[in-house]
Ligand binder design. Structure first.
Ligand code: ME8
Length: 507
C-alpha cells in the first residue's frame, strides 16, 4: 500500500522553530515506520512563500519577497536535514511547476461553475492572511490568534462558492468519522460547518506576490488556496518525468496543528470536491507545544532551543523527547528541565545502560558472542504482539502512544536484569544454561526494541543494531526469537553520554 504523509508548508516570514520541528519529526516517524514495513512512502514538507505574511515581512526588512523567501526556504530545508527528516521532496510554492498547477486548478474551479465575482468586506488579519467573521474576533476587532487590531477592508474579488459545499461536507463527516482525528478536532470542524459556511474570497486585488488569477492577472490567488494545493502539485513534478499522483494520491495523512484546522478540514475538502479530485484519507491534528506558560524569554532560561539541544545532546534525543513528553494530539509543556530529566533517566539509564550492561556481560561471560538459547518466557510474554500493537498505533497516528508501548518493554528488560541477576548466575557453573538464556534474551530484546524505536531515534538504533551484528531494521524481524544466538558483538560505546548541565542554565 502506498503511504503519503505531509506536514504543513511553513511560512518563510519567520525563523524555523521548535513547533515546525515537532510536526516534521512526527511525520518522519510515520514515514520511517512505514518504510520499515516495506510500504512505498512519499513524505512531503516545504515552504509557503506567497501572500501577505511574506510580502509584509519582506517589506519590513526592505527586501523583495522573493529574496526573503529564498533565504528562509534554505533555512527550513536545513532544519529538515538537521532533524534527520527523510522527506522525499521539499516543495516551495514559488516553484514554477507548483504555480502552474495552482493556475490550472483555479481555472477548473471556475470552469466547473464554482467561482463568481463580488465585493468582500470584513475584518482582515494580514498575519493570518484571513478575513475573520464577527464571531471569531476577540475584543470586537482583534485577531483571536495574533491579538492585533484588524481593519475593516473592502475588495473586488473572485469568490469560491464554498457555501454550496456545506451539505457535501456534512455528508463527508458523517460517512467518514475517521477522516479527522483526534475526535475533539473532528467535532470542532463539524460544528463549524454546521454553523454555516460563507463563500471564500479566492483572490486578492491589493497584492502582487502570488500566482496571478489566470482569467484576471491583475489579481493573485488567495495564499491559502495556493498553499493547500502544494499537497497535490508536488506529486506532479517531484520526480522529473513521473506523475506520482498515480501511486500516491490521495494522501494517507496530513499532519497539522490546530491553528490551521479550518483551512484543512473545511476549505481543502470543499476545494477538492469542486475540482473533482479525490479527498485525502485523513487529517491528524496535533496540539501545541507550550514552551512556557508565562512568557517565552531567553533570559529566564526556560526556552528549549532545538538547535542548542541537538548540538549538545544529539538529534535523536530531541526527537525522542518531543514525542515522549507530549501526548501526540494534545497540548503539552516542554522545558529544559523536563528534557534533562528524560535524557538522564530514560535515554541514558533505561536504554543506554541496558545496552552497555548487556554488551559488557556478554563480553565478560561469553567472550562477546551472543549465546544460543530460547527467550525467557516472562520476557517473551511481554513482547508478544508488540510489533502488531505498534503498527496499529502508527496506523491511528498515535505517535507517542506507540513510543510508550515500546518503552514499557525497555523497562521490562531492565526489570528482567534486576530479577535474574546475571552477575550471580555467572558465579555458579550449574547456572550456565540459565545465564545463556538471560544473556540471549537481553540481546534479543534489545534488538527488537531497537528496531521498533528506529523511527524515533534512527542514528542511535542503527548504531546499536550494527554493534549487535543485526543491521536488519525491517519490522518483520521485530519478533523476539526471530534471530538466534551466535553473533559476535562489536564495540558499542556510550549511546547517551552524561552531559554536564549547561553553564547558561545554571547561571
Ligand atoms: O500556518 N506547537 O505556516 P506556519 C506545535 N503556511 N506545532 C507548531 C507550533 C507549536 N507551538 N508552532 C507551529 C502555516 N507549529 C501555513 C501552513 S499548509 C498548506 C500552510 C507547526 O509556519 C504546526 O504544524 O505558521 C502548525 O500547524 C504549523 O507549524 C504552522 O506553521
Amino acid at each position: 500500500m502506498a503511504y503519503y504523509v505531509t506536514t504543513p508548508i511553513y511560512y518563510v516570514n519567520g525563523e524555523p522553530h521548535l513547533g515546525h520541528v515537532y510536526t516534521t519529526v512526527a511525520a518522519d516517524v510515520l514515514a520511517r515506520h512505514m518504510r520499515q514495513r516495506g510500504e512505498e512512502v512519499f513524505f512531503l514538507t516545504g515552504t509557503d512563500e506567497h501572500g501577505e505574511p511574506v510580502a509584509q515581512a519582506a517589506e519590513r526588512e526592505g527586501v523583495p519577497p522573493r529574496e526573503l523567501a529564498e533565504r528562509n526556504a534554505e533555512r527550513f530545508k536545513e532544519v529538515a536535514r538537521r532533524v534527520d527528516a527523510t522527506n522525499d521532496f521539499f516543495i516551495r510554492t514559488s516553484d514554477p511547476e507548483h504555480e502552474t498547477v495552482v493556475a490550472e486548478i483555479a481555472a477548473r474551479l471556475k470552469d466547473n461553475g464554482h467561482v463568481y465575482e463580488g465585493v468582500y468586506e470584513g475584518l482582515y488579519c494580514p498575519r493570518c492572511a484571513d478575513f475573520k467573521t464577527d464571531s471569531e474576533v476577540v475584543d470586537a476587532n482583534k485577531c483571536p490568534i495574533h491579538l492585533i487590531e484588524l481593519e475593516r477592508e473592502q475588495e473586488q474579488n473572485w469568490f469560491f462558492r464554498m457555501s454550496a459545499f456545506q451539505e457535501p461536507l456534512e455528508r463527508l463527516y458523517t460517512e467518514r468519522p475517521d477522516w479527522v482525528g483526534p475526535r475533539n478536532r473532528y467535532n470542532e470542524a463539524l460544528s463549524f460547518i454546521r454553523g454555516g459556511l460563507n463563500d471564500l474570497s479566492l483572490s486578492r486585488a491589493r497584492l502582487s506576490w502570488g500566482v496571478p488569477v489566470p482569467w484576471d492577472p491583475e489579481q493573485v490567488i488567495y495564499v491559502w488556496i495556493d498553499a493547500l494545493l502544494n499537497y497535490y502539485s508536488a506529486l506532479t513534478y517531484a520526480r522529473p518525468g513521473e506523475d506520482l499522483r498515480d501511486r500516491f494520491w490521495p494522501p494517507t495523512v496530513h499532519l497539522i496543528a490546530k491553528d490551521i484546522l479550518k483551512f484543512h478540514a473545511i476549505i481543502w475538502p470543499a476545494m477538492l470536491m469542486a475540482a473533482e479530485i479525490e479527498l485525502p484519507r485523513k487529517l491528524f491534528i496535533h496540539g501545541y507545544l507550550l514552551m512556557d506558560e508565562h512568557k517565552m524569554s531567553k533570559s529566564l532560561g526556560n526556552v528549549l532551543d532545538p538547535f542548542e539541544v541537538m548540538d549538545v545532546y544529539g538529534t535523536d534525543a530531541l526527537r525522542y523527547y518531543l514525542l515522549r513528553e507530549v501526548s501526540f494530539g494534545q497540548d503539552g509543556s516542554i522545558s529544559p528541565e523536563g528534557f534533562e530529566t528524560r535524557y538522564n533517566t530514560e535515554l541514558a539509564n533505561e536504554y543506554g545502560n541496558l545496552a552497555s550492561r548487556t554488551f559488557a556481560m556478554i563480553g565478560k561471560y561469553r567472550d562477546g558472542v551472543v549465546p544460543a538459547a530460547d527467550p525467557a518466557p516472562e520476557v517473551a510474554m511481554q513482547f508478544d504482539g508488540l510489533a502488531a500493537a505498534v503498527k496499529e498505533r502508527i496506523d491511528a497516528v498515535e505517535v507517542s502512544a506507540a513510543l510508550d508501548d515500546v518503552w514499557e518493554r525497555v523497562r521490562a528488560l531492565n526489570r528482567f536484569v534486576t530479577e535474574r541477576e546475571p552477575w550471580k548466575l555467572a558465579k555458579d557453573e550449574a547456572a550456565a544454561t540459565e545465564l545463556d538464556c538471560v544473556l540471549y534474551t537481553l540481546a534479543e530484546g534489545l534488538r527488537v526494541v531497537s528496531i521498533l524505536l528506529t523511527p524515533w531515534m534512527p542514528s542511535t538504533t542503527a548504531r546499536l543494531l550494527a554493534a549487535l551484528g543485526q543491521p536488519d531494521e525491517s519490522l518483520a524481524s521485530a519478533e523476539l526469537g526471530a534471530v538466534g544466538g551466535g553473533a559476535t558483538l562489536a564495540e558499542l560505546g556510550q549511546l547517551f553520554p552524561r552531559v554536564e548541565p549547561r553553564a547558561e542554565a545554571s547561571a
